[in-house]
Design a protein around this ligand. Structure first.
Ligand code: COI
Length: 354
């Protein structure tokens, strides 16, 4: 990619990198030296800036704090053996960010600002991309409204920003998840498909209740009947049932996950039977009891492929079998991991080299 876009760069004087323990990275707690910041005002996106990572100050009346025009993305960068920077499917994140933007009345971000801003930011903070197996640079693009105004309407000004975090794994062990049958994440016609900050805010209380009961996460069910499995909020859900890969169709209540999409593509290439269909909780628990459900896992950028060990439903814990050596979720993880690390030829055009 050529850098044709003008970006004003203000570099840090001294890197903070020595203060970070790269052998013990905790997800989301360390932030690389620089951030990208672009203002939208007078109906257009202004010249992007790269600045030292740090606090920004705003009016207490900033609209996004009150009316929730705030959306984000998550993606990851790696270094290959030659030390080149590889980003996994950033175009998909750019497209999805703009889908979220449209739904939330936020102006779309042009591709050149997103891609070139990202490229220049990563080049500047290349030292921060962890080399250790299982670690990566988690990239957080986001947009939010900035008008100082008390009144419910779309803001006239916004910011698009990106910062980077060197991270280890999001989940460190197979998960215990509980099927949620009281609270809901998304209803038809709502904002469930968008990566909108409020979706995550609304999930905190029911997730806390599940955590208090000894679970790691919840499985959201459909808002109307609580009958069908939807997603887990931090990740999409996939199951291997009778040898077929089963996952809920994304529609307007479920995030169109890029890891989910990648898993389905690999499964299709491997000629595995794929069923994008409604899966009832009843079918799931009956399937586990009958030994038909051999794998359950989450798929997401932060989580990557997160095996599920236990599913709690109506007070009963259903145990998934131990993952076999040749389990699909293991093999598909290796396929995606080797591709994004550049260990394997990128036959699908998934990797952007910077
Ligand atoms: C991601 O997977 O990138 C997300 O945004 C989910 C969140 C758990 C960090």
């Amino acid at each position: 990619m050529t850098d044709t876009l003008q970006i004003d760069i203000h570099q840090i004087e001294k890197s903070r990198i020595d203060s970070v323990d790269f052998d013990n990275l905790v997800f989301g707690r360390s932030f690389a030296d620089h951030m990208l910041m672009v203002d939208f005002k007078d109906g257009e996106w202004q010249t992007p800036q790269i600045l030292p990572y740090g606090p920004i100050s705003y009016s207490p009346a900033m609209m996004s704090l009150h009316y929730g025009q705030a959306i984000f993305e998550g993606m990851k960068a790696y270094k290959n053996a030659a030390g080149e920077i590889l980003v996994f499917r950033p175009e998909e994140n750019w497209k999805r960010l703009n889908k979220s933007a449209v739904r939330m009345c936020i102006p779309e971000i042009p591709e050149d600002i997103f891609m070139e801003g990202l490229s220049q930011l990563l080049r500047l903070d290349a030292e921060w991309i962890p080399a250790k197996e299982g670690c990566s640079m988690y990239i957080r693009p986001f947009m939010f409204s900035t008008d100082e105004y008390v009144g419910v309407s779309p803001s006239k000004t916004y910011k698009f920003m990106i910062f980077n975090c060197p991270v280890g794994s999001y989940y460190s062990k197979p998960l215990r998840v509980r099927v949620e049958t009281q609270y809901i994440r998304a209803a038809h016609g709502g904002v469930g498909f968008s990566k909108n900050a409020g979706n995550y805010g609304g999930s905190l209380y029911p997730t806390k209740l599940a955590m208090d009961a000894g679970y790691d996460q919840i499985i959201w069910t459909d808002a109307a009947t609580h009958t069908f499995v939807e997603e887990a909020g931090t990740m999409n859900l996939l199951f291997v049932i009778d040898g077929a890969l089963v996952t809920a169709p994304t529609g307007d209540t479920i995030l169109d996950g890029i890891t989910r999409k990648s898993v389905l593509q690999v499964a299709k290439e491997w000629r595995m039977k794929i069923e994008e269909r409604q899966l009832s909780v009843q079918e799931l628990v009956e399937g586990i009891k009958a030994g038909k459900v051999t794998e359950a896992f989450g798929a997401g950028t932060a989580a990557v492929i997160a095996p599920i060990a236990t599913i709690g439903f109506e007070g009963v814990d259903y145990q998934l079998p131990e993952r076999a050596e040749d389990a699909f979720s293991k093999r598909v993880f290796e396929e995606i991991n080797d591709t994004r690390l550049g260990k394997k030829a990128d036959t699908r055009g998934w990797v952007m080299k910077i």
